[in-house]
Design a protein around this ligand. Structure first.
Ligand code: BG6
Length: 473
């Protein structure tokens, strides 16, 4: 029986600059959209306070968990766990304060030089997300975010700087984090930087997605031109929506849900063209996209080398039934009576991961990387001073078991980076108490905590998993 991870499987962890780095106004960095988002909670949405932060409000991303000053220590801990890969994003406004300048900020680049050199010192492969939920604020205030085509050029300027600077050092790139979140209002702010609520319409979000897809295709092509060893992937927040009942209308609805939320973006990234069903979706939604004639060629020429996904949970969808709502990664849908949920209502569905991996591989036949997976939970430091996060170990074990099954099914799975490997600020709620990490950071929602780091039980467990290449779970 071949239930084994392939040799060279990329085990590791993932973070994003805006949720982890802090140092929001250090080293010549300009503000990003994440810097004007206040903290929230499971029932209180994060508030946007443009144009600039307001005195007296709490902005969790400003200091986050301070990778900016702890990079050396954290990378040493990653290496202790045996990481083969570390996924992180580059803060665009650290390199271009406003986003539309020509000359990059050398001090910002130096920070990433240090990070990348330190990773290479430990033989950890850097996997860079070029844009992860943090457009420079100026690009929103001046240009209205990604609904404006001009952002393609600014992004390409940023991208070229990175490719040239890290040629021969960084091989794996992701162009945009969760581009398909633009199908829901959350993505209007986080992916596109559309800050005016009235402007956060489906029309503008799909237009922004088109611009990002064009930018992504250009970035893939550029990566290959600059270094043929570069491998560039897309990143999809995989919406796994099961039919709520076996009513044929629910089955059809689930298929349409997948087409709309996953496949429009995925197909363009992988196949280089809009899928046929997109036309009807756009007509029914009354979306009229501005597509330049050269865009079709650009999309065709910039298809990705691999697919990456985030996977946390599944939901049920229905066109016929009413049910209790639950959350999954930015979109609320119906509760599945067969599944348990996290403290934030994200339903835990390890089998769903195998289902999704098969679905994606059947469709694209490209290598797949799980770029995010994990459980956001309230971790308590016990009397013995440790964090005994057996619930996290249980979550990860079950998901990794299903990855093994998927590999046995024939899926070409090449890597797994567990989300928020060091505790980070939550994207959706802005909380620090929603922790994903294998490494605990002493930092709390009231701003207290000395930022000290401590391995949780899951740290030691994951270390054994990596050492045994997934044999010891
Ligand atoms: C993904 C994002 O959607 O989910 C991350 O790429 C995010 O940035 C992660 O942190 C988990 O979501 P949350 O809201 O629990 O932080």
């Amino acid at each position: 029986m071949n239930k084994r991870f392939p040799k060279g499987f990329l085990w590791g962890g993932a973070t994003a600059a805006n949720q982890y780095e802090g140092g929001w106004n250090k080293g010549g960095r300009g503000p990003s959209i994440a810097d004007i988002l206040t903290g929230g909670s499971v029932d209180k949405e994060r508030k946007l306070t443009p144009p600039y932060p307001i005195e007296g409000e709490f902005y969790p991303n400003h200091k986050a968990t301070d990778f900016y000053h702890h990079w050396k220590e954290d990378i040493r801990l990653f290496s202790e766990m045996g990481f083969k890969v570390y996924r992180f994003s580059i803060s665009w406004s650290r390199i271009f304060q406003k986003g539309d300048e020509i000359t990059p900020n050398e001090e910002g680049l130096k920070f990433y030089d240090n990070v990348i050199n330190e990773l290479l010192k430990y033989n950890i492969e850097p996997l860079v997300t070029i844009s992860h939920y943090e457009n420079p604020l100026h690009l929103s205030l001046e240009y209205g975010g990604w609904k404006n085509r001009k952002l393609i050029d600014f992004y390409m300027n940023f991208v070229e700087v990175l490719y040239n600077r890290y040629k021969g050092k960084v091989k794996y790139w992701l162009t945009f984090n969760e581009i398909n979140m633009l199908t829901v209002p959350f993505g209007g702010v986080f992916c596109a930087g559309i800050l005016d609520e009235k402007e956060n319409t489906e029309q503008n979000r799909y237009q922004a997605m088109h611009h990002q897809l064009v930018a992504s295709a250009l970035a893939v092509k550029k990566a290959h031109d600059i270094d043929e060893n570069n491998k560039v992937g897309c990143m999809l927040a995989y919406h796994n929506g099961y039919p709520y009942t076996c009513h044929p209308e629910d089955i059809l609805f689930a298929q349409q849900y997948c087409q709309k939320h996953n496949n429009i973006a995925g197909d363009i990234h992988v196949r280089g063209e809009y899928p046929k069903f997109a036309k009807r979706i756009f007509e029914e939604l009354k979306i009229d996209l501005q597509i330049n004639s050269e865009d079709y060629k650009i999309l065709r020429e910039g298809t990705v080398d691999f697919v990456s996904i985030s996977y946390y949970s599944s939901v049920c969808v229905s066109n016929t039934a009413e049910g209790t709502k639950t959350n999954a990664n930015g979109s609320a849908n119906l509760k599945n009576p067969y599944l348990k949920a996290s403290d934030w209502g994200w339903q835990i569905d390890a089998t769903g991961l195998r289902y999704v991996l098969n679905q994606i591989y059947d469709r694209y036949q490209l290598p797949i990387m799980i770029a995010e997976n994990g459980i956001g939970a309230i971790d308590k430091v016990s009397e013995d001073g440790k964090v005994h996060d057996d619930y996290r170990i249980d979550y990860m074990r079950k998901h990794i078991e299903q990855m093994k099954e998927a590999i046995y099914d024939g899926v070409d799975l090449i890597g797994y980076t567990s989300w928020g490997c060091t505790d980070v600020v939550s994207a959706s709620t802005g909380e620090l108490k929603k922790r994903y990490g294998l490494i605990y950071v002493n930092k709390h929602d009231d701003g207290t905590g000395d930022l000290s780091r401590m391995p949780k039980d899951s740290f030691y467990w994951y270390k054994r998993v990596i050492e045994s290449n997934g044999e010891v779970l």
